[in-house]
Design a protein around this ligand. Structure first.
Ligand code: F6P
Length: 539
């Protein structure tokens, strides 16, 4: 971190120390607060005004983004520079959704023709499956698709397929990720192998969970349809030699390049299940939505730039206020898996403890990201959000309109609840108001004080609200790209590599070594805890 950035962090810290007892609500005495702290673009309204960031702090935060050369790093990413330098890779998921034929070179090779060709092949395959031009070897239509993959080869398409349920008009898509046999067992139990297409999704085609589940799926198919399994298989992978070894027809293998990270891969072949579910035209809208956000991110001024503004709230809360987590709370039931998807996007990207130069970070990096859809969470963990000892910044997502016009009142109730929560977090309830409530309930004296203490809400808890017209394919693309770029901006300010994931490797290696021990019940050389658990689990 350079000196100028250190100075900015120090000033931010001084601002926070001086203002930590100030109420967020008091900031609204500035009639321009909402204007300055909200951003509208790409049909998204981002309201960051219910935070304790004031005008001076916002200027300092923008200064950090400028000083960290986020714009230069962003341009390098879009231009195909090898910014993932621990893996020696470019980062070009944005190219998968670009509508541009200008050459884009990686290692002196234009990547655009390959992207277009793969997209066309995906489209043809999905159209054919959806219309019945491709059938099972026995001539039946595919009614169901099972996507077998994990991490980025599962979370993105699983989340998006669920999010876009109102647009489904193709085969029903199911997802198997966990190596726990319960997962594949329970998914295939309800399916007919004779009309099921299995899609094995793995960039590397080595991931142990996916390979294990793929073998189980093949056995299930074989038991159901005999020798004709090949016609029930497709694969999404760059490892064509490995897909061929599994007997998958090369015509049904959709590859993607090393410059697409797993958690950024739903825009290309890993999105096959999305395309099968909603069709090629709507998938194109999904890409267009992300493209809208890409163009906005590349051109909008920093203080009117959605990903930048969202990232600034993240940096403020994580680094300046020291809050270790953030809750993502979609008031949109079909975004049920959005928090889980974001956990990989954000925490696999920014859960890093060294800088690009390999030096130990001197400031905190990615927070814990978690969440559940509202209103469900309100009847569970919101207790802690409102009255717990930790402050947890909340990010609410809410659509103006739902997909169920016959249930309009549900949607009004949903919106009212969403807005009520951010208001309650900010305003809280004073001890005086709580004392009055206790009095109304018939409590008096010391007991009224005690009851009032339990009914007091400290308030002054920050939140951000992201509002949008409706969760269409286009809007989903826009929202995902917003979060992708937010992760990028935060990582760029921290000076880390947001595109590698070495932290997931050690466990994989140890699991391999432990497998024979688990099988035999003998864990020689292991620590006493591990050995004891191996023995117990064997018995
Ligand atoms: O283990 C982490 C990871 O490498 C993720 O980054 C990736 O999304 C996931 O595993 C799945 O990898 P693959 O697509 O190669 O099976």
């Amino acid at each position: 971190m350079n000196k100028a950035m250190m100075g900015l962090w120090d000033k931010l810290s001084a601002n926070q120390t001086a203002n930590q007892d100030r109420s967020i609500a008091s900031l609204f005495s500035d009639p321009y607060r909402l204007d300055r702290f909200s951003t509208q673009a790409c049909d998204v309204f981002l309201d960051a005004s219910k935070t304790n960031i004031d005008n001076a702090a916002l200027d300092l935060l923008i200064g950090l983004v400028t000083e960290a050369d986020v714009a230069g790093k962003r341009d390098a990413m879009f231009a195909g520079k090898k910014i993932n330098d621990t893996e020696g890779r470019a980062v070009l998921h944005t190219a998968l959704r670009a509508n541009n034929s200008d050459p884009l070179n990686v290692d002196d090779e234009d990547v655009r023709p390959g992207i277009a060709e793969t997209l066309n092949r995906m489209r043809q395959f999905c159209d054919d499956v959806r219309t019945g031009a491709i059938t099972t070897p026995a001539g039946q239509r595919f009614t169901d698709v099972v996507n077998i993959g994990i991490g980025g080869s599962d979370l993105g398409p699983a989340m998006a397929v669920q999010a876009l349920a109102p647009y489904h008009d193709g085969p029903k898509c199911h997802f198997v990720s966990n190596v726990d046999a319960a997962h594949i067992h329970d998914v295939v139990a309800a399916l007919d192998p004779a009309t099921t297409l299995i899609v094995i999704a793995s960039k590397t085609f080595t991931t142990i969970e996916t390979m294990t589940n793929a073998r189980a799926a093949m056995m299930w198919l074989k038991a159901g349809v005999g020798a004709q399994t090949t016609g029930h298989l497709a694969a999404i992978s760059s490892a064509v030699d490995k897909t061929a070894a599994m007997g998958i027809d090369p015509e049904r293998v959709f590859g993607f390049e090393e410059w697409v990270g797993g958690r950024y891969s739903l825009w290309g072949p890993i999105g096959l299940a999305i395309m099968l579910a909603i069709g090629g035209d709507r998938f194109a809208e999904f890409l267009a939505g992300a493209r809208d956000m890409d163009a906005h991110f590349q051109t909008a001024p920093l203080d009117q730039n959605l990903p930048v503004m969202l990232a600034l709230t993240g940096l403020w809360h994580r680094n300046v206020c020291g809050y270790p987590t953030r809750a993502v709370l979609p008031y949109d039931q079909r975004l049920n898996r959005f928090p889980a998807y974001l956990q990989q996007l954000d925490m696999e990207s920014n859960g890093k403890r060294v800088t690009l130069a390999g030096e130990t970070l001197t400031i905190a990096s990615g927070p814990v990201v978690w969440g559940e859809p509202g209103t469900n969470g309100q009847h569970a963990f919101y207790q802690l959000l409102h009255q717990g000892t930790d402050v947890i910044p909340a990010e609410f997502l809410i659509a103006a309109e739902g997909h169920e016009p016959d249930f309009q009142d549900h949607h009004e109730l949903l919106k009212a609840n969403c807005l009520a929560q951010s208001e309650a977090l900010m305003l809280g309830r004073s001890a005086t108001a709580a004392r009055e409530i206790a009095g109304d309930l018939g409590f008096t004296g010391a007991e009224a004080d005690r009851q009032a203490a339990h009914r007091t809400f400290p308030g002054n808890r920050p939140s951000v609200t992201i509002a949008y017209p409706k969760l269409t394919p286009r809007m989903l693309g826009t929202l995902i790209a917003l979060y992708e770029h937010r992760v990028f901006v935060e990582g760029a300010v921290w000076g880390i590599n947001s595109f590698d994931q070495w932290g997931v490797e050690l466990g994989k290696e140890l699991a391999k070594a432990l497998l024979p021990m688990v099988r035999s019940g003998q864990a020689e050389g292991k620590d006493a805890s591990t050995a004891g658990l191996v023995t117990f689990l064997k018995k």
